[in-house]
Write a protein that binds this ligand. Structure first.
Ligand code: C2E
Ligand code: CA
Ligand code: CA
Length: 431
């Protein structure tokens, strides 16, 4: 529950709900009795239904776009079911569509096929006559899928406010010595209501819903507090924070991060900001402005997930990065897929050539660590060394690793020596 006051300052009063409203359905049938019957069954399952008995009204109805499920009769006067499907496709309707009809199975299947070809999300159709069992089964299936679709922006906002998004820490190991030189801060959300939610889900949700600033504030402030006094081998540990590229559009962000770091006595020179290049960085001059200001304040910058997505070579020398993190998909393939070693070697050489520090993530076994030592990689992290841990787990890893750096005796002792990264001229040092 720490720093709730600071956090709530970051929380926007409104969040973009990313389309996760209560489940809604639309029933379209010229027979109002059937509409009402479906609606009663839906109500028993807690679903609010909108009813339309004149199919021509569907074309303009707002409810067609707000619904999660549309139950649509095929044979209707006015517009028939297939014409309604076309109008839904024209309106880019995203709802699941369940056709029901007394027509023969070939006609129903033909209509489903047309809907699919129009790009609509067609559910299994229901033959008439309808009964409670058939309708309940369809609604349960679709509402269940909808509810399993994960947390909403409202859930995330509550979790941030209640301090339920917490940092875990994964050690970064200097390959030349086996020492822990820093940690990467990774956000974790484990909720009584929803269970463990992977960062890939909630970070994307935070970015879509305008909560990424609040989430980053909560993680950064907590990590600064946790790590302010922590040492590895007598030296202060580096601290790597993941920063959404969306935050780069805020040119004042470096000042805020500096304030949070100073409040906990953390020097910005201990902090590396890991940024995955993305489309969000297309406003290049604004991003460059923010990146340069981070550097002027003393923070370090790292290109995350290098080799994937939008990461481009031109950014490496035109933007003020000091470190590359080789994407873990390449690291995972080392020794398994032909070509992975060539790619990793090329990235290491590229980084060295540009005076950048090179970090490999996702190291899961000794062979991979040994290969990275041979390729000249500076720093590594991964399950082989240590999984992301809560603070007490991190402390105990650091303590044990200092006494017996197992990596040094098992891997470094057998690997041919590689020059120490600190002996080379490098744009930076540390984590
Ligand atoms: P990332 O920055 O690439 O983080 C590394 C991911 O690799 C983490 O996944 C980590 O748990 C995982 N990992 C570490 N070692 C191994 C290994 O040996 N094997 C395998 N298979 N995986 C390993 P995680 O924690 O699920 O995070 C996923 C992504 O979510 C991160 O990828 C990062 O992009 C994002 N993320 C996490 N926390 C934050 C945050 O506070 N802010 C922002 N903006 N993004 C975050
Ligand atoms: Ca990262
Ligand atoms: Ca990565």
């Amino acid at each position: 529950m720490i720093m709730m006051e600071e956090m709530s300052k970051e929380l926007p009063s409104e969040v973009v709900e990313s389309g996760r409203q209560p489940y809604r359905m639309l029933v379209v049938d010229d027979d109002l009795q059937i509409c009402r019957f479906v609606s009663r069954v839906a109500k028993d399952l807690g679903i609010e239904a909108t009813l339309i008995s004149d199919s021509r009204a569907v074309v303009d109805a707002d409810s067609r776009l707000r619904s999660d499920l549309i139950m649509l009769d095929l044979g209707m006067p006015g517009l028939d079911g297939v014409e309604v499907l076309r109008s839904l496709a024209d309106a880019r309707c995203k709802a699941a569509i369940c056709l029901f009809s007394g027509a023969c199975p070939e006609v129903i299947e033909g209509a489903v096929e047309i809907g699919r070809e129009l790009g609509l999300q067609m559910a299994s159709p229901l033959p008439k006559p309808l009964n409670v069992g058939k309708i309940t089964a369809v609604l349960r299936e679709h509402k269940g899928e909808y509810e399993d679709a994960g947390p909403t922006a409202g859930d995330l906002k509550d979790a941030i406010r209640m301090g339920r998004i917490r940092p875990h820490y994964q050690p970064k190991i200097e390959l030349s010595s086996g020492r822990t030189i820093g940690v990467e801060v990774l956000a974790r959300w484990e909720d009584e209501k929803t269970g463990f939610i992977p960062p890939s889900i909630f970070i994307a949700l935070a970015e879509e819903s305008g909560l990424i600033e609040a989430l980053t504030a909560c993680i950064a402030q907590r990590a600064f507090k946790d790590l302010s006094g922590l040492e590895g081998g007598g030296q202060e540990l580096g601290l790597a924070l993941n920063l959404s590229p969306l935050l780069l559009t805020d040119v004042r962000y470096p000042d805020r991060l500096l304030d949070w770091a100073r409040a906990e006595g953390i020097s910005p020179g201990r902090v590396t900001l890991e940024i995955t290049e993305s489309e969000a960085m297309k406003d290049r001059s604004r991003c460059l402005d923010t990146l340069v200001r981070f550097r002027l304040k003393g923070f370090h910058l790292s290109v995350d997930d290098f080799g994937t997505g939008f990461s481009s070579l031109s950014h490496l020398y035109s933007l003020p990065f000091e470190e590359i993190k080789i994407d873990r998909t390449f690291v995972a393939d080392l020794g398994r897929k032909a070509g992975a070693e060539t790619i990793v070697k090329a990235i290491v050489d590229l980084g060295k050539g540009l005076g950048l520090s090179v970090v490999a993530e996702g190291v899961e076994d000794a062979q991979t660590a040994e290969l990275l030592v041979r390729l000249g990689c500076d720093v590594a992290q991964g399950y082989y060394f240590c999984r992301p841990q809560e603070l007490h787990g991190l402390r105990s890893f650091i303590g044990k690793n200092e006494l017996t750096p197992s990596f040094v005796s098992t891997v470094l002792a057998t690997a041919p020596s590689s020059p120490s990264p600190r002996s080379r001229s490098s744009r930076r040092s540390g984590a």
